[in-house]
Write a protein of this length. Sequence first.
Length: 201
Amino acid sequence: MTQGSEAGHLQISQRRGSEWVRHAVARVQSASPAAPVRAPAEPLQAIKARCPTHRSKEAHYQRVTDSGGEYGPLFQAVEELWLGSRELLGRVRLPELSDDAAPRYRLHPIWLDACLQVALASAQLESGELWVPSGLGQLRVEAAASSAAWVHVQHPAEASGGAVGRTCALRAFDAEGQTLLEVQGLKLARLAPGAAPSPLS
């Protein structure tokens, strides 16, 4: 990552043989202290009221397996899901083996992955296919993530629900309703059949 006076630039690459293959680029910037005060976050019970269909952890990951995907034990951090119309609520928790390491991270990688899994579930449950995150407009970390959190995913009303890609917004918050993470313009892409990678463990 390179850093200038106002922002940093991040690049993720993988070495394949003698060449480096770039997978992602991002611009990282500190939030402005003069950012406008936003409206209070929506209460948890109001979201739950619009998402009446419950899905257990076991049912969720079985659905992922049936679709051709697989998560290793440490990455099975989605505890429950509630489904609504164009929105989905999830409860995520870091595995016990990761709890002691969580304070060292402002954004624990397993916790972030679980939040993204909730967003992916909103597309997988509808299509029965595997989806992956392919881009985002903005990711804003509001507070250090706790081991447990709620994740609310919304698809815009004008979304066409295309078979190849779609966009959504994500907000993660703690038991007191404090926003921990916000992602705007999160892009999801359908994974081609047979293209699922090896599971993370």
